[in-house]
Design a protein around this ligand. Structure first.
Ligand SMILES: [Zn+2]
Length: 178
């Protein structure tokens, strides 16, 4: 099911709007600056940000508030980060950011020493710019810590044993090279 939600500041009013659009007659948003169009149960996870529109595909369904989903899901925060450049670049966003980003994603590959969810695309300049915007925005407004452990984890082989490591936003959505 495709759910559409206009949000700008993830206020409770706006998260209610999303719920309303899933289950109840839609209500009117107060500040429809950014529109998330979330495709639930897509069978894959990815996202595209263009202008003030963000299209996100997820494997699951959003439970709880939309706001909580945004500030706990690295993909939502990353795509929101792109909207800052969309405003900064204006009409040139598509050529300056959008097209290079799509090419980078297309030829992306894994990196030795990085967990499986991190690819060359993760470190592409357009992506790290989006991550820096997101880190600043969600840190300032929602106390999101880019270096806190997430629930998601991976294993690394160290000194002959597999060691469990938790992803952080910085690992998944890098703001700088490492
Ligand atoms: Zn991106």
């Amino acid at each position: 099911m495709v759910v559409k939600s206009d949000i700008s500041n993830f206020s409770p009013v706006l998260s209610r709007t999303l719920t309303a659009q899933i289950n109840f007659p839609p209500t009117v948003d107060t500040d429809p600056r950014t529109t998330f169009i979330t495709n639930e149960n897509a069978g894959y996870r990815d996202g595209v940000a263009l202008g003030n529109y963000i299209n996100i595909n997820i494997n699951d369904k959003i439970t709880g508030s939309f706001r909580n989903r945004v500030i706990s899901d690295p993909l939502f925060m990353h795509e929101y980060g792109h909207t800052f450049d969309s405003r900064i670049y204006g009409m040139s966003y598509l050529l300056a950011i959008g097209v290079p980003s799509i090419f980078s994603a297309d030829k992306s590959s894994g990196i030795s020493g990085e967990p499986s969810k991190v690819s060359t695309h993760s470190f592409y300049w357009t992506e790290m710019r989006a991550n820096r915007h997101a880190k600043k925005y969600f840190g300032n407004h929602y106390n999101v810590d880019w270096n806190s452990p997430l629930e998601d984890y991976y294993y690394v082989f160290e000194n002959g044993v597999w060691v469990k490591r938790y992803y952080t936003l910085e690992i998944l959505n890098p703001t700088k090279r490492r």
